[in-house]
Design a binder for this molecule. Sequence first.
Ligand SMILES: [Zn+2]
Length: 406
Amino acid sequence: MCKPGKQVQRYDMRHFVGSIVFRTACGLAILFLLSIGVIAEVHAQAPTTIVTAIRQTSDKARSDVEIELSGPASPRLVLLRKPYRIALDLDGAVSAAKLPEPSDGLITGMRQGFAGGDRYRLLLTLSGAVKPRLEVRRDGERATVRLELPSANDAAFVWSDPGDVSRHAVPVAAPAVPRRFTVVIDAGHGGVDRGATGDGGTEEKAINLAFAMALRDALAGKPDVNTILTRSDDTFIPLNERSAIARRAHADLFISLHADSIRYKDLRGATVYTLSDRASDALSSEIAESENAADRFAGAEWDQDAPEIHDILVDLVRRETESLTERFAGHLVEDMKEAGVRLINNPKRSAGFRVLRAPDVPSVLLEIGYLSNKEEEKLLLSPDWQREFAGILAKAVVSSLRERGG
Ligand SMILES: [Zn+2]
């Protein structure tokens, strides 16, 4: 479930930012939430778990954190470096507890808040690496989560021992059924937005849709993967709505498929683009600019930019999403290379693609090829190539998601 040695230990956090909606019927919790400035939408359904107290003891060599709960407890840890941090997550929980003052020891900072949906998160910032150990003790309706953090070297800063928790007869988070992944396949452009046009008159929007369908079919036989298409016909969808579909579906992966035109007619081959503030090169910057211009077709009813999401822990999830995105992009390039797919030079590039902006869904934009190249146009139109390419892509998607684990 958790692989040691990886910076991001679990993937459960993709819903972290989400719509900040949580359930509480506890007046104390509401007051607490308002006091930390989280925008709360209060639902009638009560949370199953309330954090009633948080205690810590900390010195330079060791820290212990104890969390008192009423209700079930299935804690999970997420570890991050630079700086060293540990997030302790509890599903279906709200906090009515005050944070203890940070001491002079290993724990230098403590925050609590919501990690998307109704997931409570306690975030500890540490002055150095530790070897975490988690234990849950039950006493009737109450539980105590104990997190022991003895100082250790960097190699020990991994979370790979959920068995520690299960020994104490508390239901742990490990799902009884195998994890299912959701992949959102986005056929770029559509409707009034035709995208690029090849010399032979091929419209990019149709090519993208054909490949999206082929990828959906290639993934259809995988028992652990659900697919969602942002469009399955010739419809216009604004960029923000495309990523919003992925966010609403709590997708594990978002793949936007394109076959754009570029001014270098000789250039052909696939390219994997990820999001970055600064473009990796001039070509990526041009492509992002042209892609982002797709929203000129959007009417006034569509927001041009998603509202900034303010959350006390938003940077953390962004960083995790980036790291998962990078890993998938690298994986995809390697798999395409191995399968003999033609790639452009430096096939992993980045720029400010608006469609990739979901902070909590790993997202890539894949240029399958470029319609500006005549040979490529012919290839892109071939149903055989569409099927073959989709098969390679599906393999990369599945192995990357399974590697990520559940
Ligand atoms: Zn395009």
